[in-house]
Design a protein around this ligand. Structure first.
Ligand code: NAD
Length: 468
């Protein structure tokens, strides 16, 4: 286990105790300190922008610096701006209704930091999925311990150096290591545990947290479907899907996993998608702008899914074959035409640049099939007909949904981002994030003029007066 920012005796439990003692001693930080923290974090990220772009590229083997700027740095810095702009309003105590018999007491809700928050993050967007939860937890006044993914060690080291340079270890600390460290980390009695990663590991996290009754937010994965309605332009949907599926080579939690296309448009869609993919990545997989997969194991798993689909009768279309600088972890954009439920590719989250096309008879048919599976993290519907959109939105349950585009919901500052059912629980971004990392404490301020005494022994007539 490698570690950074851990006190001299080096145990995770000591680090937590250290942060908790500092939290108790200092109390909830005032708004000025929270705004200053956010500002410092934002500046530090921007100062290291090109280093982050380089390290993430090195961790992946190949990932465009523009992709890192657009998909990671921009949403985080904008998200921080949004937190800074609205924090004062969110922190303001809210007055609540007091029933007649308790007046003139006053009721308020005070938003209080939870204390020490643990964050476990994945490799696919190693900066954004670590620093956006961190910024939100800091905005809510917490102290934070982070366990990033072992697959992006250079990025973790850079984040570690950056955070150690701007925050004391009793406020923010990074612990690095693999699943063993993750397991020890998630067994700590945090005040909240925020996890982003796979559904399988999410279950282990929740089991471990339950031992200490630690509340969890689980940002998980799953198969996010796309429904293309009959009325929608095929070239337009192809363009949106190429962006959603091939950015970061499909290694995006809200990437469209598979697409329902009307039976008679499957061939036209496959042709349009192929054309759009060639336009976006003129060199195919050899394009500098086309990301490689995070490891050989991830690459080989996807090849296995493709071969299983081929063996079960699907037609496989691959766009180019020569990988970027001979990287064996690059996988060509792939289309699986004629995907059926018996294929493994339709049973597990793909998380790569492979798009199964599923022929469907109607939008109702697609809805029925989606509702037969786990609740997805995201759902995409393409239609210009309001009645079709309304029907899809009201008859399916997904963490988020986008009408006529893909993936961009992650970059919205003022929308809850999270899953439902097997794709997760809880949400963050904007005010929902602030609430996730805060305790809403109800406080009743009694008045000296209270009539409550009339409800206590020896009993007066208040009950008869209130109930009539
Ligand atoms: P993962 O679940 O394998 O790992 C995530 C983190 O958990 C890593 O830091 C890892 O070291 C740690 N971990 C592994 N085993 C652990 C254990 N037993 N106990 C505690 N911690 C453990 O996920 P990944 O491969 O890094 O990321 C890909 C998955 O994450 C996909 O399923 C994707 O859909 C999902 N994801 C979800 C979101 C979202 O916002 N909902 C975002 C990105 C990725």
């Amino acid at each position: 286990m490698t570690q950074a920012n851990i006190p001299s005796d080096g145990t995770l439990a000591d680090l937590l105790a250290h942060q908790r003692a500092a939290f108790v001693a200092a109390g909830a930080p005032p708004i000025e300190q929270r705004l200053a923290n956010l500002n410092t974090l934002r500046k530090a990220i921007l100062a290291l922008r090109s280093q982050f772009e380089e390290t993430i590229n090195a961790d992946f083997g190949n990932r465009s610096r523009f992709e890192t700027a657009i998909m990671e740095i921009m949403p985080v810095t904008q998200g921080i701006d949004y937190l800074r702009k609205h924090l004062r309003r969110w922190m303001r105590p809210q007055s609540r209704h007091v029933a007649m018999q308790f007046r003139p007491a006053r009721a308020k809700v005070l938003m209080q930091p939870l204390g020490v928050v643990g964050i476990v993050s994945p490799w696919n967007y190693p900066l954004a999925l670590c620093l956006m939860p961190l910024a939100t937890a800091l905005a809510a006044g917490n102290r934070v311990m982070i366990k990033p993914s072992e697959y992006t060690p250079r990025t973790s080291a850079l984040m570690s150096r950056m955070l150690a340079g701007i925050f004391p270890e009793d406020e923010v600390a990074i612990v690095t290591g693999g699943p063993d460290v993750g397991a020890a980390f998630s067994a700590l009695p945090f005040d909240h545990l925020f996890f982003t990663g796979s559904t399988g590991v999410g279950k282990a996290i929740m089991r471990a947290a339950s031992e200490n009754l630690v509340p969890v937010t689980l940002e998980l994965g799953g198969k996010s479907p796309v429904i293309v309605a009959d009325d929608y332009s095929i070239p337009r949907v192809a363009k949106a899907l190429v962006y959603g599926k091939l950015s970061n080579a499909g290694q995006t939690c809200v990437a469209p996993d598979y697409v329902f296309v009307p039976e008679d448009k499957v061939e036209a869609f496959a042709t349009a998608y192929e054309a759009e993919a060639r336009k976006a990545y003129p060199q195919g997989p050899a394009d500098k702008g086309y990301a490689s997969l995070i490891s050989q194991r991830h690459h080989d798993r996807l090849v296995g899914l493709i071969e299983d689909a081929r063996a079960k009768g699907a037609r496989i279309v691959q766009i180019g074959s020569k990988p970027y600088e001979g990287l064996s972890t690059t996988l060509a954009p792939t289309i699986v035409v004629g995907a059926t439920p018996d294929m493994k590719i339709m049973q597990e989250e793909i998380f790569g640049p492979v798009l199964p096309i599923v022929a469907c008879r109607s939008v109702d048919d697609a809805i029925t099939r989606i509702n037969a599976g786990e609740r997805p993290l995201a759902l995409y519907v393409f239609s210009d007909r309001q009645d079709v959109v309304d029907k899809v939105l009201s008859s399916t349950t997904s963490g988020s949904a986008v009408v006529n585009d893909t993936v961009i919901q992650f970059a919205q500052d003022d929308m809850p981002f999270g899953g439902v059912g097997a794709s997760g629980m809880g949400a963050y971004h904007g005010e929902e994030g602030f609430k996730t990392f805060s305790h809403a404490k109800g406080v009743l301020f009694q008045s000296r003029l209270s009539m409550v005494g009339m409800m206590r022994a020896p009993f007066g007539s208040l009950a008869d007066r209130v109930l009539g």
